[in-house]
Write a protein that binds this ligand. Structure first.
Ligand code: SF4
Ligand code: SF4
Length: 151
């Protein structure tokens, strides 16, 4: 797979070049440059492919552990949401605004409207202001993980 050094794909979130992508024909975000001359393409050589293959074999147990944790976390989050919804409805039904006991401290937060700046609109309508008010913040490196369906 040819890697793109530019922004990652907004659809698959991978750093792959559009020119090898099955979705290119129908994708509105597809890149029209040529990877041979765009200066952004990285062609993995055989040595790198072998290194990746060895890395995958060495870390398969970690991959499986991460997958299991992600699945457990999703299930726990879904259960947490269902239980909180249940409690919220019960508090609303009984007109209770707060509970503080030896197990939990619960505060009922009523429905509200949050106002946020539409940064995309500001960038579109006032690009100069957006540029002047943009600050660069260093971010630590991290990895993004997507658990494949049915794995
Ligand atoms: S063609 Fe579209 S989906 Fe495919 S890599 Fe490019 S941006 Fe992503
Ligand atoms: S052609 Fe170049 S800029 Fe466009 S997606 Fe491929 S590597 Fe990136």
């Amino acid at each position: 797979m040819v890697i793109c050094k530019s922004d990652s794909c907004p659809v698959t979130l991978e750093n792959k070049c559009c020119w090898g992508c099955d979705l290119k024909g129908s994708c509105k975000d597809a890149c029209d440059y040529n990877p041979d001359i765009c200066d952004m393409a990285v062609y993995p050589d055989q040595e790198e492919e072998t290194a990746i293959s060895e890395f995958v074999q060495q870390h398969m147990a970690v991959f499986k552990a991460v997958r299991d944790v992600v699945i457990q976390k999703k299930a726990a989050e879904a259960q947490e949401k269902a239980l909180k919804d249940q409690l919220k409805q019960a508090m609303e039904a009984h007109g209770i605004k707060a509970i503080d006991n030896e197990i939990l401290k619960i505060t009922y937060v009523p429905e509200t409207v949050s106002n946020t700046l539409d940064t995309a609109k500001i960038k579109r309508k006032y690009p100069t202001v957006a540029a002047e008010c943009t600050k660069a913040t260093p971010k630590s490196a991290y990895i993004k993980i997507e658990v494949k369906e049915g794995e």
